[in-house]
Design a protein around this ligand. Structure first.
Ligand SMILES: Nc1ncnc2c1ncn2[C@@H]1O[C@H](COP(=O)(O)OP(=O)(O)O)[C@@H](O)[C@H]1O
Ligand SMILES: [Mg+2]
Length: 276
């Protein structure tokens, strides 16, 4: 038993070392290194607007030039052919899938078949399976350009999942969704992550969703890592003050779910220092 635990804990997932990104002369990510993110776990990436979350995901996906190393299960992703890297890691951008005149089912099938010799029959059944898992099978024959933003975001997620990635990078996948779909999507992401042993990293803004639905968290501020680890171990009023500049209380509801209450903003500490 103990042996298994140790095995699971040391199971190699995603490692990031010294990831640095610059746009022109401006350095945006300042050498971010992250401990092993294990397969089967959902990590929420949190931080204020402009802290570099999207840049980080894009750099891990290999879509932005960067320095440093990104290693997935022992493979340095930078050394893989572009097609192989794209197959291993699925990235869902913050922007919504385009309003093209294509049926949902077709769009998901195309994503499944991209770069791989999968039969149409096989792609069809796998696409339907993913749509069912996300609770949007009823949209299969609708056209993307007649869907709401939230519905299109779900189709984007279906396109990412259908490719059976080993690494799933989701940039604000909940932002256009109503409460019911936010819950459904987080459950689907968790289920797929666990069932397929995916390393999942997603940007969310709602701290309570992260507290209740993610396994681990990564906190960023101004292009730097502030904290990483199991959600409830790392999330403290101190770290939230540091990351967001807010005063908070963390409470546990009668059903055992943690939630955060924001009481106000932190006083400017530089002024305080000057007073002493
Ligand atoms: N293509 C780009 N060119 C220049 N600067 C960019 C570009 N994309 C993002 N930035 C800058 O990088 C910083 C981090 O942005 P981003 O990664 O989008 O943050 P977040 O996703 O946390 O809101 C911001 O200051 C933003 O203005
Ligand atoms: Mg962003």
């Amino acid at each position: 038993m103990t042996g298994n635990m140790t095995n699971a804990q040391s199971q190699e997932g995603l490692l990031v070392h010294g990831l640095t990104v610059s746009y022109g002369k401006r350095e945006i990510l300042h050498g971010i290194s992250l401990d092993n993110m294990r397969p089967g776990r959902v990590t929420a990436l949190l931080g204020p607007n402009g802290s570099g979350k999207s840049t980080f995901l894009r750099a891990v996906a290999g879509l932005t030039a960067s320095k440093g190393e990104v290693v997935l299960k022992g493979r340095n992703l930078a050394t893989l052919p572009v097609g192989e890297r794209a197959r291993i890691g699925a990235y869902l951008p913050q922007s919504l899938p385009p309003e093209v005149h294509l049926q949902v089912l077709e769009a998901v099938m195309v994503a499944r078949r991209a770069g791989e010799g999968v039969s149409a029959e096989c792609a069809l059944s796998e696409a339907m399976e993913v749509l069912e898992g996300l609770g949007i099978a009823d949209l299969a024959l609708r056209y993307l350009d007649e869907l709401s933003g939230g519905q299109r975001q779900l189709v984007g997620l279906a396109q990412a999942l259908v490719r059976k990635p080993e690494l799933l990078l989701l940039d604000e996948p909940l932002s256009a969704l109503d409460l019911r779909y936010q819950f459904a999507v987080m459950e689907a992401v968790r289920r797929e992550t666990q069932a397929r042993g995916i390393v999942t990293l997603l940007v969310v803004h709602d701290l309570n969703i992260a507290l209740q639905r993610a396994d681990d968290v990564v906190y960023m501020r101004e292009g730097r890592l502030i904290g990483q680890g199991v959600v409830m171990d790392v999330t403290t009023p101190d770290i939230l003050a540091d990351v967001y500049g807010v005063r908070t209380r963390l409470e546990v509801c009668p059903r055992g779910l943690p939630h955060v209450l924001v009481d106000g903003v932190v006083e400017d500490s530089s002024e305080e220092e000057q007073r002493y």
